[in-house]
Each structure stands twice: as structure tokens, then as C-alpha cells.
Design a protein around this ligand. Structure first.
Ligand code: CS2
Length: 504
């Protein structure tokens, strides 16, 4: 995982570090928290305080704190790595948000993160914080695999090692699910109202899904606890959208130099940001709308639109672009064949969707292509390619299922799935090793090793991984489309496969 390397010496003559005390030393054009941080108290605990949260929700909260919502500060939690805490604690939680595009770069200091807990060090402290009635929202960006579920069904994976551990050690859990349930159990015993659980991950029906997983886990501890959770806890769904690449050491150096002081972990993002939230917060919420958040009664159409247009084409570009030798999404987008392919992924997906009221498919797709082309973002294909086993179902397979149901061809998506298949063999088109990161990496590599690089054997073997493909993997139309696409990929390579596809 990422670690923050602090530049060895301070920029231009100073050794200052971003902190409350050093805010007055910042250049005047850099926007700072427009509120007295000492007056802010926490109302939100956020599990998974990575780059995505700090570019999205924490910025919304920063705006709301400036508007006077002083009891909605954030305490972040890392479930494993102390890296973010180690970088931000000496900075009093402050960090820079750099919004970048072809038009330039804008720097702003975010002050909404008040503290960070590291669960592996003090699991009791985090549970106590979650159990504290002042915590009214517990939000999550723990990535797809953090839910310890079976991606294809959305059910809790009872055999997941962390779940097995947490059921045996309910007071010292490892998983986010274990922490949520430990804290909810305490609140129930104390006759306190529960917090609202706000999933901000790219899962389909993320609220419903996390609600189901939490309740299933609780039921393995106590039926009454599960019933109480079902009756009392709200799990609103959300659609969150902002592209946030991993911060590089070059970013750290550039931003520290712009600030005239060190920021050990700034966040880089794009101008676009969107947050759609299902309005169900029995424990209260800040006035999200005041910061541009859209509150709706049903997030589903927005979520499907995003997963099946943005994330699907992102994953397709990531696998096929990586195989073609492109390091970033923006570089992949300099090849018109890939642009055309991404557009086709979106068009095919759109035929299965009811676009949300007020959105236009053509305009939305055009804006996605433009965002992917942002030359100022170094978003690695390798980063997006990560954890494909957790991403494929909601991004690509759901569309394929719907298209088959409608009697429509699935060749476009089949090529994207074939790209994933070749990627997870761990060997690229030039015979070099790929560092495949995926909870199923070992299993997938074993399958690839047994099948060999032969589409007719490899595609059917991978389609049998039912936690990813479910029954879709047995559908003869799926088998033949994916096998054909993979054969083409092996015969021609990604660039040509994408191109011939266009001609077909
Ligand atoms: C990306 C997403 O890494 C990935 O899988 O597709 O993180 C994507 O950048 C965000 O969902 C954009 O909102």
C-alpha cells in the first residue's frame, strides 16, 4: 500500500510543515478553512480514510463547516495501515486538495478531518468512538473488497478470513463490518439510537448491500441484534463520483513547493464532483444540499448510470489500455481507437438503462470521455485494473446479462472481459510480468497456468469462477462471445482487437 515519503528537506529555504500554526505562512491565494477549527466537533466517523474520501466527502464537509455546521467534523479511521495517520497527524489533519485540469491547478487546504484512528493499533478506541452517541453518521470508502461479500450475489462471505476472525473475536474486529456491528451492539445495549451507515463505494445498491451484509453478520452473533439493526438502522444509498488518482512523490514535491511548506500527503483530483444521496438519516445529517449534494428518494438510476457508463468504460480502458502498453487513462485516450471503444461500451450499456430524469446520455458520455482525457491527471491503468474480481459484476456483467435478456449482442463487453482475463494471467503482450492485485489473484493465476494462453481453454475456465460470473458464466452465448474476444486478443493484441472490433 501507499506510504507517504516526506521530502527530505523543506522547499525553498523553509522546513515548515502544513499545520494549524503554520496556516498564516501560506501564500495568500491558497484557500484555507474558513472557520475556527478549534470550535468543530466530530459528528461523522469515516472508515477508510484514503484519497477518495479526502477528495470528495471531506471537501463537502469542509464547505458545510464553513457554513456553520460546526458539529459535523470528521474523524477518519484506517482499518489497517497507519500511513495516512502518520502523514496527517503532524499536520493536525490538514492537507492540500489540488484540482487539476488542462486549464491549470487550484490548491485549497481542507480542514474537516479532525483526527485519524488506526484500528489495528487501538480497535477499542475506534469502537468506542463509533458507539459514542455524538457519532450520527458512519460513512465508508473501504473499496469493493472491504465488504467481505460475494460480489456476484451481494451476500456476506461467511468464509472470509476477516469475518471468521471477527465472529470469534467480536470485541477486537478486523473488518469494517465487524466494527460496525460491535458498535451497534453497544448502542443497543445502552438503549442509544444507532448511527446511519453511509456507504460511498462503487457497489450496486451500496446502501442496501451494506445493510444486508451487516445484518447477516449480526445474525451470526445474535438474532435479536440482527432484528434490531433491521428495524432501527438506516443504510441510505449513494452515488459518488470524482476521479482521484494515487498521489505520487512528484505531486508531493510540486505541492510542497507551491505551499512553501511540506504537505506529506496532498490529494490530486479533477474539477468534476458529484454526490447523490438517498435522503434517509433518522439520526440527523448536515444540510448536504447547501454544499451541492443532490438528495433524492431513489439513487438506483444514478448508480446504474455511473457504474455501467463511467466505471465500466474505465475498467475496459484499464485492462485493454494496460495490455496495449499505456501507463495512464489519459495516455490510452490519445489513441482514437480506444476512445471509440469506450464510447461503444457506454452506448451498449445505455441501451439497458433508464437514464435518471434530467440527464442526457450523449452529454453524459461526452463529459466522461473528456474527463478521462484530462491531461493533468496521472491515473494509472494499473490502479483501476486492481480488484477486477470485485468490480466486474456491477460494471460489466450486469449489462451483459441485461443485453442477453433483450436479445442484443454482447461483443463490446466481451472484449473488455477478455482484457481482464488476459490481464489476470499475469503476463502482458510483450511477455512481461504484470503485478496483479486482486483478492482472487492466486486462484486466477492457478486457473491461467492450468489452461495456458489458449482462449478456448482459458475463457471457459475463468467463466467458471462463480463468485464473479454466477450463472452467466454457463450461458453458451457468453462463453462463445468471451472466448471469441479472447482469441482475437491473443491473435492481434489489444490495439488491433479494439480496432477490428470497431470495423465489425
Ligand atoms: C475507478 C474509480 O479505480 C477504479 O476502479 O474506476 O475509482 C473511479 O475513478 C471513480 O469511481 C470515479 O468516480
Amino acid at each position: 500500500s501507499e506510504t507517504a515519503k516526506i521530502p527530505p528537506s523543506g522547499p525553498k529555504g523553509g522546513n515548515f510543515r502544513l499545520s494549524n500554526a503554520n496556516l498564516p505562512r501560506l501564500p495568500g491565494h491558497i484557500r484555507q478553512p474558513a472557520y475556527d477549527r478549534s470550535l468543530i466537533s466530530p459528528g461523522i466517523v469515516h472508515l477508510g480514510i484514503g484519497a477518495f474520501h479526502r477528495a470528495h466527502q471531506a471537501v463537502v464537509i469542509d464547505d458545510l463547516l464553513a457554513g456553520g455546521a460546526t458539529d459535523w467534523g470528521i474523524v477518519g479511521a484506517s482499518l489497517r495501515s497507519p500511513a495516512t495517520r502518520d502523514a496527517l497527524a503532524p499536520q493536525d489533519g490538514l492537507y492540500t486538495l489540488a484540482v487539476r485540469s488542462g486549464a491549470g491547478s487550484d490548491h485549497r487546504i481542507i480542514g474537516s478531518v479532525l483526527a485519524i484512528d488506526v484500528a489495528t493499533e487501538k480497535s477499542g478506541q475506534l469502537i468506542a468512538r463509533l458507539a459514542n452517541p455524538a457519532t450520527r453518521i458512519v460513512s465508508l470508502t473501504i473499496t469493493e473488497k472491504g465488504y467481505c461479500h460475494t460480489p456476484q450475489t451481494g451476500d456476506l462471505d461467511e468464509h472470509h478470513p476477516d469475518i471468521v476472525h471477527d465472529l470469534q473475536n467480536p470485541g477486537t474486529p478486523r473488518s469494517a463490518i465487524g466494527h460496525l456491528v460491535a458498535a451497534l451492539a453497544r448502542r443497543r445495549i445502552a438503549s442509544a439510537a444507532p448511527f446511519t451507515v453511509l456507504s460511498c463505494d462503487n457497489l450496486s445498491g451500496n446502501g442496501q448491500t451494506v445493510g444486508r451484509i451487516v445484518t447477516q453478520f449480526a445474525a451470526l452473533r445474535s438474532r435479536n441484534l440482527a432484528k434490531w439493526i433491521e428495524a432501527e438502522v438506516a443504510f441510505p444509498s449513494t452515488m459518488v463520483d470524482r476521479i482521484v488518482p494515487e498521489t505520487t512523490d512528484l505531486d508531493r514535491a510540486e505541492i510542497s513547493s507551491a505551499l512553501g511548506m511540506i504537505d506529506a500527503w496532498p490529494i490530486i483530483t479533477e474539477p468534476f464532483t458529484q454526490w447523490i444521496v438517498e435522503d434517509r438519516f433518522p439520526a440527523g445529517r448536515p444540510d448536504f444540499a447547501a454544499a451541492g449534494v443532490q438528495l433524492v428518494s431513489d439513487v438506483t438510476p444514478f448508480e446504474h448510470m455511473k457504474l455501467r457508463l463511467l466505471n465500466a468504460s474505465h475498467s475496459a480502458l484499464a485492462y485493454l489500455g494496460y495490455l496495449a502498453g499505456f501507463e495512464t487513462i489519459a495516455a490510452t485516450m490519445t489513441d482514437h481507437r480506444f476512445v471509440a471503444f469506450a464510447r461503444q461500451v457506454m452506448q451498449d450499456a445505455a441501451q439497458t438503462l433508464a437514464m435518471p430524469a434530467g440527464t442526457d446520455m450523449a452529454a453524459y458520455s461526452a463529459s466522461l470521455l473528456q474527463r478521462f482525457s484530462n491531461p493533468a491527471l496521472h491515473h494509472r491503468t494499473w490502479q483501476i485494473a486492481m480488484d477486477g474480481s470485485q468490480k466486474l459484476p456491477q460494471r460489466l456483467l450486469a449489462t451483459m446479462q441485461d443485453r442477453l435478456r433483450l436479445g442484443l449482442p454482447i461483443d463490446t463487453h466481451a472484449l473488455a472481459v477478455a482484457g481482464w482475463m488476459r490481464y489476470v494471467t499475469g503476463i502482458d503482450e510483450r511477455g512481461r510480468a504484470i503485478d496483479v492485485r486482486d483478492p482472487l489473484a492466486r486462484e486466477l493465476a492457478d486457473i491461467a497456468e492450468r489452461a495456458g494462453p489458449v482462449a478456448e481453454r482459458l475463457a471457459p475456465a475463468l467463466l467458471e469462477v462463480s463468485s464473479i460470473f454466477g450463472t452467466l458464466g454457463n450461458d453458451p452465448r457468453m462463453r462463445s462471445a468471451v472466448t471469441g474476444a479472447l482469441a482475437k486478443l491473443y491473435a492481434l493484441g489489444a490495439r488491433q482487437a479494439v480496432q477490428t472490433f470497431q470495423a465489425a
